[in-house]
Ligand binder design. Structure first.
Ligand code: TYD
Length: 206
């Protein structure tokens, strides 16, 4: 029972990686899940993003989706001893909403942490995909209408925030170069996740 999260800016290739991990790690039978969107609240969050609600409302909606996600997916899966792999999780809020709440609240990260305090489950391990923002945006450019998150200056701040979070907790984060070829990145990620699962099993045996 280990909680693993995948993080990275829009266009980092996270969703493609997530899909190949679903195939590559099927022997471990993990629960694959995502934020936003694992619950009906996630659908409302997507609507709110599309409508561009104010940043505090948006942050609280993402947090509400997280609470429902914990209740309906994460806690039951961990309680039954399953490994959970989530495409985005709390660090998405810390990185994105830290950026969108800059200038709105005096200390967005502290506020975001307080909002989660006492009920969230921190991830055991996080794989963070990092790449130049221009490369990420060029991958997204043909993908239809842009969400407001997909602006170069915002994504640059979000990625900086992710790296600050990773710097605070080097034992939890592995930072991967998302410019690697798709197959190379997938086998790198598979190897790292298998090691995390193995070390959690051997800790439990001790
Ligand atoms: P999603 O559609 O899952 O995008 P991706 O495929 O890049 O993961 O997520 C929608 C957007 O919501 C994405 O730009 C990241 C953003 N987001 C936040 O700003 N805060 C959050 O807490 C989460 C979970 C996502």
């Amino acid at each position: 029972m280990v909680l693993i999260t995948l993080e990275g800016i829009d266009g980092s290739g996270k969703s493609t990686l997530f899909a190949s991990l679903q195939r590559a790690l099927s022997d471990l039978s993990p629960v694959f899940t995502r934020e936003p969107g694992a619950t009906w609240i996630g659908d409302q969050v997507r609507r709110a993003i599309a409508d561009e609600v104010d940043p505090v409302t948006e942050a609280l909606l993402f947090a509400a989706d997280h609470a429902a996600h914990l209740d309906t997916v994460i806690r039951p899966a961990l309680a039954s001893g399953r490994t959970v792999i989530s495409d985005r999780y709390t660090d998405s809020r810390y990185a994105y909403q830290w950026a969108t709440l800059e200038g709105v609240l005096p200390d967005p990260l502290t506020w975001l942490r307080q909002v989660h305090d006492g009920w969230t489950i921190p991830p055991d391990h996080t794989l963070l995909l990092v790449l130049p923002v221009e490369v990420a945006l060029s991958r997204k450019k043909d993908a239809g209408k842009k969400e407001h998150f997909e602006e170069a200056s915002l994504l640059a701040r979000v990625q900086e925030n992710y790296l600050r979070l990773a710097g605070e907790e080097p034992a939890r984060f592995v930072v991967a170069d998302a410019e690697m070829k798709e197959g190379e990145l997938a086998s790198f990620a598979e190897g790292v996740i298998r090691e995390w699962c193995e070390s959690s099993r051997s800790r439990r045996r001790r």
